[in-house]
Design a protein around this ligand. Structure first.
Ligand SMILES: [Zn+2]
Length: 255
């Protein structure tokens, strides 16, 4: 790590790595009580708790993801207004759908639909995005990380947990809705198993992201997801039903 990298922005690469190594505060210990395999429901009828849900239609080489994302505005004082938080969440929805949609390496056409639900509080086990004054105020001490975690724009509690996870986005995220969109899409990529180009920890059996510039590339990146990354996501996110049943599930959009 050198100071040149800091010139781009104070971003989250070290934060994400740190979160994997060091368990979070007590409040979040429940996450380790359910490992991924136990938590997934394959070909089941219950969508509860599967916030990244994968639908496939092999005949049409189509893969659809429905991402149900709760959104909480936890900023205080002169933080973000609820209206701004809603705009930012919608920017994240739009950017995620744009970035993650496209072809994977097997020629499947991938599409993503993000459903936002604005809530006043969250429940144990929720999959949610939280706007905060500063990221990482719980469970992370300054001494344990070489940069000030509070200067990060975003972080995720657990890489590769697509069912019960928390994304934090700082109100200090570089002001524009575009930046909120990019940061949120980046963090959602983590929840679906994508890592940074320079991450070395593959303990969760997640392949590092491509070395080419992309949404997960640090410090400077584009907002594109590569075909290989789309295929990586497919390995992480559990499949629930064939795509033919997608409409029958009756998931409705909450705006
Ligand atoms: Zn990251």
């Amino acid at each position: 790590m050198n100071f040149l990298e800091f010139e781009f922005r104070f971003y989250d690469p070290l934060i994400c790595r740190f979160i994997q190594i060091d368990p979070l505060a007590e409040d979040y210990n429940y996450q380790s009580a359910y490992n991924f395999a136990e938590n997934r429901v394959i070909d089941g009828n219950e969508l509860e708790g599967l916030e990244w849900t994968r639908f496939e239609n092999p005949n049409e080489k189509a893969i659809n993801y429905v991402v149900n994302l709760k959104v909480l505005n936890s900023t205080t004082g002169l933080g973000m207004s609820d209206n701004k938080a809603k705009k930012a969440a919608n920017a994240i929805k739009t950017q995620t759908e744009k970035s993650f949609g496209g072809k994977d390496i097997d020629g499947n056409t991938v599409s993503v639909e993000v459903n936002l639900e604005f809530v006043d509080k969250i429940s144990k086990g929720d999959f949610y995005l939280e706007f905060v004054d500063e990221v990482g105020l719980d469970g992370v001490s300054k001494e344990d990380t070489p940069i000030d975690v509070r200067l990060a724009e975003g972080k995720v509690d657990e890489i590769g947990n697509s069912t019960s996870n928390r994304i934090q986005i700082s109100k200090l995220t570089n002001s524009s809705m575009e930046e909120f969109g990019n940061t949120g899409a980046h963090e959602l990529g983590h929840t679906a198993g994508l890592m940074h180009n320079n991450d070395s920890d593959n303990s969760k059996n997640v392949v590092n992201s491509m070395k080419t510039n992309n949404l997960m590339f640090v410090p400077q990146r584009s907002n594109a997801i590569t075909p290989q990354q789309r295929s990586e996501i497919r390995k992480i996110v559990p499949r629930v039903r064939p795509a033919s049943t997608l409409k029958a599930v009756g998931i409705k959009k909450l705006n």
